[in-house]
Design a protein around this ligand. Sequence first.
Ligand code: URA
Length: 233
Amino acid sequence: ASAEQRASEMALAAPTLPPLRAGAAQRQQKTFASGWTSKDGTLEQALKGCARCAIGCAATQAVPGEGPLDSRVMMVGEQPGDQEDLEGRPFVGPAGQLFDAAAKEAGLDRAACYVTNAVKHFKYRVERKRRIHERADRSEIMACIWWLDAEIARTQPALTVAMGAVAAEALTGAGKDVLRRCGTIEEVENRPPILITVHPSYVLRARGMAAQRDARQMLIRDLRCAAGYLVDA
Ligand code: URA
């Protein structure tokens, strides 16, 4: 009965403005509806506008991989952490420092590898003003695999190294039993061979000196194997 009155109130009311990000989000959607190709600019430029899932809304920036675009080895982590999100570079925080130290011990030249993540934005929750890492869910990992596959297609590495469960899930479709699979090379269709290993933060989180030493040795052993792929067979 009051529809007419409500309709005229609506007509007189100020328009509802779209949220601030709506314009940008729409432009991004367009980019991805048509699909990015190298003709549209660099992968890194396109990644800046990624809206394939919602994680990016709360992150500072997307973090692309870095390293030689023709590297024979692609190291794949989980997602940027707090520091990576701020700096825009992969593996520069505590896990990155551990990775660097382990790589050095394994004789793997980080600068010769392409280093990237399965998920390109930092997913977190806020607790007492601190940003706490949250694992990306399967739909987010699957939304982001598009970028990882684009990086793989561009670099065509001889070996990818999945560091941890999220990278293993992205690259092989299965993220379980990483410890059992550690050190093995898995094959899936349309991707280069995948060496499964632990994530550097698994080493950081290991409790007790013996557990930490064992986890570190496992990572070093696998990085040594990866180093063998840097040189042409
Ligand atoms: N952990 C990751 O998986 N990747 C990073 O870049 C940093 C921490």
